[in-house]
Design a binder for this molecule. Sequence first.
Ligand code: NDP
Length: 276
Amino acid sequence: MTSMTTDNYAVFGQPIKHSKSPKIHQLFAKQTGQVLDYRAEEVGADIFNTTANYFFAKGGKGLNCTVPLKELAYQFADQLTERAEFAKAVNTLALQKDGSILGDNTDGCGLVTDLTVNHQIKLKNTRLLILGAGGATRGIISPIMQQSPTQLVIANRTIAKAIGLAAEFQSLGDSIKGCGFEGLAGMQFDLILNATSASLSNELPPLPKNLLAENGCCYDLAYGNEPTAFVRWGIENNALKSVDGLGMLVEQAAEAFYIWRGIRPDTQAVINSFSL
Ligand code: NDP
C-alpha cells in the first residue's frame, strides 16, 4: 500500500505487471502540474473488496479496475454514472466529498475518441462488427450506438453471450445482433473491433474471407509493442487502417484523470511518447 501524504491513486487487476497506466497518469500529472501518486497493484477477484476498502480507508482518492475486476467494481460503488449503470461494469472509482464512492466506465468514450478524433475513423452510417462479448464489449456498446452506425453485430466464441448482450442492449436500436463466428459468413463490415482477449495470447478468432469491406478499418482493443495478431490480420486483408488500442488506453485514462482532478490532459503528447 502506498504512502498517503500525497493524493493516491492506483490500478488494480490481475495480471497487472505490464500495465502502462502508472506511466500514463504520471505523464498527465507532470503535464498539468498535479501532485499525485499512481501505482499498479496485483489484486485478484478474491481480495478485491477487502483491498479496495483498505485503499479508501487509508485515504486513497481513486482507483482504476481492469481484468478481471470491472464487474466487482460495479458492485463495489455506492453510486454509478448512467454509462456505468448501462455497462454493468466499472473501470474508474472516485472518492466523493461526502465519503461515498462513485463508479464510472470511461472505456467506451475512450474508444470513441480514439477512433473518431485520433484515427479519423467514422462510426456514423457504418456496418460495425465487434468480436468478443466480455466486459470490454459491455462498456463500448452504448457509446458506439450513440454514433449511429447502421448495423452492429456482436460475434463471440460462446454464442449465447453474444446473443444475450445483443438482447440486453436492444433498447439502443434493433440493428444490434449477436452470433457466433460461423454466423459471419457472407457478411461485410466497414469497421471491425476486436474486443476478444485472443490477441493477448497471439491468437485470432476464426474469421471468414471477405469479412472486411473495401476501405474498411480494423481496431484491436488490445495493444502491444509489436502489431497484434488482429492488427496483422487487418493489414493482410487490405484494411485502410489497422491499429491497436494504445490510444483507447490513454483516452480512457484521460477521462478518469478528469473525473479525479477536474483537468483534461493533452492525450496526443502522451500517445506520441509511447509510439516513439
Ligand atoms: P473478458 O475476459 O471479459 O472477455 C474476453 C472475450 O474474449 C470473451 O468474449 C471471450 O470469449 C473472448 N476470447 C478469449 N480468448 C479467445 C480466443 N482464443 N478466441 C476467441 N475469443 C476469445 O475481457 P475484456 O472484455 O475485459 O477484454 C477484452 C480485450 O480488450 C483484452 O484484450 C483487453 O486487454 C482489451 N481492453 C483494452 C482496453 C484499452 O483501453 N485499450 C480497455 C478494456 C479492454 P468467450 O466468451 O467465449 O470466453
